[in-house]
Ligand binder design. Structure first.
Ligand code: PLP
Length: 363
């Protein structure tokens, strides 16, 4: 990225400086496309996952001469940028429930698709709160049999598990760089071969084959490419390493305090754990961990300093208190056993304080 920042050329210019900048953009495009089994030209660089989702969720998309989609069906656990419905009018957006384990309900999907015109269905590959990996390939078969298209928000899963766009059956796929150690503010939408391009959100200079105008973020894109290359080199070994560390962490959390780990019985990303303990306020845990120098997050969105109930946990059938009490810990490439020890030590102190307080409250 530092080298790319030194480039003065605009990738759309034909002079040598421009061609040099273009080389960096196309190198990253090729690396990212290769990682997901897609053609480089199918990738549209965007300002991140939010823009990729907004670009993807457009009415009238279709495959070849096939039917055009007229409505959106999104799972209830999608990111807010999908649940906002993109460019579909309010009345043409339906949500799809999930099981108590946090997996999209495929029977319900069949039912919803039988009930109306062809739909664009949006199902994420892995949930950003629980890490639960969704049955996307099975959903794709159902969606295609009903004449619809499938959009997959792969922002959380990309770079953490192996991913092949064709095996998934995804027609559109959203990616973001910053979830895998790349820079913030860059991502991509991938449009499968044969699927019509969504109408551009930004029009102007014709960049990205007219699908997203504006001079490319060359340094950001270079960083995105580098992060993908790093993430996919040795992915299998890294998955096993993180899985072991995450399980150690969860065993410790459960032994210390009887923590409930959400979506524990289904396939999850190896780096994510979302847990709760009765009586625990997510803010208390976030602050307590922060004081110990450990950055964790409340499972639910935090707006205006107040923790809102998690729409994901609510969709899984949990009540308001539980939906407000989720604490999410994410592991990464730099996490080691010593970090898990430190985290569990901090948790023991926090959980001890919690039970003392509960004792006081009930005394
Ligand atoms: N989709 C999912 C599942 C996410 O977790 C996020 C970010 O948290 C986004 C989309 C948005 O991506 P970005 O922050 O790149 O706009």
């Amino acid at each position: 990225m530092a080298d790319a920042l030194d480039l003065c050329g605009n990738p759309s210019s034909v002079h040598a400086e421009g061609r040099e900048a273009r080389k960096w953009v196309e190198g990253a495009r090729a690396a990212i496309a290769k990682a997901i089994g897609a053609l480089p030209k199918s990738l549209i660089f965007t300002s991140g996952g939010t823009e990729a989702n907004a670009l993807a969720l457009a009415p009238r998309l279709g495959r070849g001469e096939g039917p055009r989609v007229e409505r959106l069906v999104a799972s209830a656990i999608e990111h807010a940028s999908v649940l906002s419905g993109g460019r579909f009018p309010h009345g043409s957006v339906a949500t799809l429930g999930v099981t108590p384990d946090g997996l999209v309900d495929l029977d319900r999907l069949r039912e919803v698709l039988r009930q109306g015109p062809p739909a664009l269905v949006s199902i994420m590959l892995a949930n950003n709160e629980t890490g639960a990996i969704q049955p996307v390939a099975a959903a794709a078969e159902i969606v295609h049999a009903a004449g619809g298209l499938l959009h997959v928000d792969a922002v959380q899963a990309f770079g953490k598990i192996a991913l092949d766009m064709n095996e998934l059956g995804a027609d559109l796929l959203s990616l973001s760089a910053h979830k895998i150690g790349g820079p913030k503010g860059v991502g991509a939408l991938v449009v499968a071969e044969g699927v019509s391009d969504p109408e551009a959100l930004l029009r102007g200079g014709g960049q990205e084959l007219g699908r997203r105008a504006g001079t490319e973020n060359v340094a950001g894109i270079a960083g995105f490419g580098a992060a993908v290359t790093a993430a996919y080199a040795g992915l299998e070994a890294e998955t096993l390493r993180l899985d072991r560390l995450r399980n150690r962490l969860e065993d410790g959390l459960r032994q210390t305090s009887g923590a409930t780990v959400f979506s524990r019985s289904v396939d999850r990303l190896p780096n994510t754990t979302l847990f709760t303990v009765p009586g625990l306020r997510a803010e208390t845990a976030v602050i307590g961990f922060d004081l110990a120098g450990i950055a964790v997050s409340s499972g639910s969105a935090c707006s205006s300093g107040k923790v809102q109930p998690s729409h994901v946990l609510q969709a899984m059938g949990f009540g308001q208190e539980t939906a407000q009490g989720g604490v999410r810990i994410s592991l990464g490439w730099s996490t080691r056993d010593a970090d898990i020890d430190r985290c569990l030590e901090a948790w023991r102190r926090l959980a001890g304080g919690l039970s003392n307080n509960q004792g006081r409250n009930t005394a």
